[in-house]
Design a binder for this molecule. Structure first.
Ligand SMILES: C[S@@+](CC[C@H](N)C(=O)[O-])C[C@H]1O[C@@H](n2cnc3c(N)ncnc32)[C@H](O)[C@@H]1O
Length: 211
């Protein structure tokens, strides 16, 4: 059963209205800040693709071939790959920027997805995200929980009540406070992977008395 996210014309109709009412500023922030080799995760119908500044090659992945077909007509030269966040077909450190616009609400296994994002990001690389998240108010959260099953069914997999910023932190990323913006249940931010203890040790320069 396809939901809104897998019906390109319907998704584009909804998003073009949202962009007209201000969401375009969020999308431009998301895409225009990407630098170097860039992965557009969950590209959908490819609405980010026109906004990437050409500072490096761009690859885009999505698990829906309907969406990729729409993205292809929007960006004929783009590298499009049928894949999921949880199993990215790229080598370690292949990208300088991973862009995720409204995707982790739909990823079935966010922890596995963030682990893959971490793996494919080069050292010092950035994860740029826009996401809608669980309401911080008790009543808002209760309402989101109540409608979540119907919402997920209609949208085609989106969970409206996820605490995605917490998942980002649990996956070993640090959100840069200066980049973070919150508006209602919308969030945008840049996050970078916190080096693991072994990665930190690799950075200690060899010097006198060190092997
Ligand atoms: C709300 S749409 C966002 C599309 C696009 N990023 C945008 O900003 O318009 C969510 C997208 O995530 C994709 N998606 C769902 N599960 C995914 C997964 N496990 N890995 C990657 N993308 C996924 C869907 O196919 C859909 O295209």
């Amino acid at each position: 059963m396809r939901g809104l996210e897998q019906i390109p014309w319907l998704y584009d109709l909804g998003l073009s209205v949202a962009e007209r009412f201000g969401f375009i500023r969020w999308r431009r922030w998301l895409a225009e800040g990407a630098t170097g080799r860039t992965l557009d995760l969950g590209t959908g119908t490819g609405r980010n693709l026109a906004w990437f500044a050409a500072t490096g090659p761009v690859a885009a992945v999505d698990p829906s071939h309907h969406n990729l077909r729409a993205a292809r007509s929007r960006a004929p030269g783009a590298v499009l790959v049928l894949a999921r966040a949880e199993a990215l077909p790229f080598r370690d450190g292949a990208f300088d920027t991973v862009v995720s616009g409204l995707v982790f609400c739909s990823v079935d296994d966010p922890a596995a997805g963030f682990a893959e994002v971490r793996r494919v990001l080069a050292r010092g690389g950035s994860l740029r995200m826009i996401e809608h998240v669980r309401s911080t108010s008790t009543l808002g959260g209760w309402w989101q929980d109540l409608i979540q099953p119907a919402w997920t069914w209609v949208a085609g997999g989106c969970r409206n009540n996820r605490e995605t910023e917490r998942s980002v932190a649990e996956a070993g990323f640090e959100i840069e406070p200066a980049t973070r913006k919150a508006s209602g249940t919308m969030r945008r931010f840049v996050a970078r992977a916190i080096p693991s203890p072994s990665e930190q040790l690799e950075r200690v320069p060899a010097g006198p008395g060190r092997a």
